[in-house]
Design a protein around this ligand. Sequence first.
Ligand code: SF4
Length: 581
Amino acid sequence: MNSWEQRERARQILAKEVGYVTKPHGDRLRVALAFPNTYWVGMSNLGFQTVYRLFNAEPDIVCERFFLPPKQELAALSAAKAPLLTLESQTPVGDFDIVAFSVSFEWDYVNVLTLLTLAGIPAYASERSGRHPLIVIGGAVTFVNPEPLAPFADVIAAGEGEALIPGLRRAMAEATGRPDLLMRLASERGFYVPSFYEPEYAGDGTLAGYSVRAGIEAPLPVRKAALKTTEAVDPPATTIFTPDTEFGSRFLVEVVRGCANLCRFCWAGYNYLPVRAFPADRILDLAREARPYASRAGLVSIALCDHPEIERILSGLIDMGYSISPASLRLDDLTESIVGMLHQSGERSITIAPETGSDRLRRVINKTVTNAEILEKADLIFRSGMENLKLYFMIGLPTETEDDLQAIRDLTGELRDIMLTHAKGRGRIGRIVASVNPLIPKPGTAYQWLPMEDPAITDRKGKRLRSLVADLDNVYFNIKSERHSYYQALLSLGDRRVAPAIEAAERNGGNWRAAVAETGVDADFYIFRARTHDAVLPWDIIDGGMKAAFFPSEYDKGLREEWTLPPKRQQENAKLLPMIG
Ligand code: SF4
């Protein structure tokens, strides 16, 4: 694929889009923004779209996009050794001042390296100089554990885009050269310059700590940058519409950021605190502007109903003629009127996450609902006319026993009975689809010290669960094996020494087994090693804002089967759990 063909392809893509931005480059700061997966995936990513909008909202910045080309194009591009071009002005990526990656999934790490190679930019920061663009890596995964990607980044942007862009812009405007730029960035909140820090390892290979290199002034740890309040901020929302993406007909909008429930396994819950609602009027204004291009509103929030004006937002969207797709809804927030409005907007299915089948194990993980409440809400869901239910469960949780698997079966069976009772009246039976995932202990959670469960045990549990639910008609279980998650866990829990395996996997077409063997990375060491609560963890380099004692105390409370209740539920739940008093 030569440059002419690439240009033609870019023009075809732009011809189908509404809302992209073009600006003359002139003396503007030029940012090439990458989503390290295909256009189809990236254009439905709200974080990516938001960073694009935020950069281009600055008059002195021009931001253009590029994506991982589809397989055939990628092979043709590599063969032709043609430079990778941005979409908007079809300029070589390597000519930009900044190349910024928005990384949302561990699986996309190899694609970061593919894109750098296609752009003719050396993958390792140590092999680059001031004549190369500044490589900035940001996005959700990097503020959980940036270390496996650290050797590839000049700077890691840790935190929320809205809080990071002003610092980047300031440093770029004032810097006199690359070393000065990195020093300036390191002094801005949320910017982590990996080459300024030296990891130290103990004799047994465990991480002993980090130090700042001699002669460098940089904070240790680096504090994540986050918005204090979202009251005056536009919500992240789709600004470029295209039919060629996963959620092509949807206007995606973030309604509220964060979740106060504090489930002990949930990195999203802990890492997006505090809970911050976006202004309802702006959500509705943007929805109105987007209506000619979208018929469905996708509400992207982990705790949608924590927005104090959620009912006004839903009814406003319905009045505009939108059908509404919420992300997973938190059970305790489902009310008759909210479920009714979702049904009225055309929704026939609701997704909820009981996580497990027993109240006991739900107390261990701090999922603060009971089976009785789940059944009550299911009755409300099916009574309102919804036909289908999607469920999320996890296995491999601390203290889990055979009884807890049986409890998943029993709860699902009871939910099915409720579905059938309501289906009789309608003469149409819906279905229940349950996804079961093994726990991957995540950085920045109360389970960050835990090893992953032995895959043989998880597989056995999966098989047992499959046999337990085999006789449930109209119920479909999708049970993932732990093997599927093994290398994802390596990228999630690893340190800088994992980077060569990422590079090898990129080179060999994604064969992780071979990549790990070739580079001598001991994956089991990262995945199956139990860590003590005083162990140094790779992600300690970033201060996410939680007090050091909080996670150990949450973990211990879990073992005592105690909830830490979100404030608004403390009184209400006291009656269910005498130990909380
Ligand atoms: S309720 Fe959901 S989003 Fe909130 S902390 Fe628990 S798992 Fe995370």
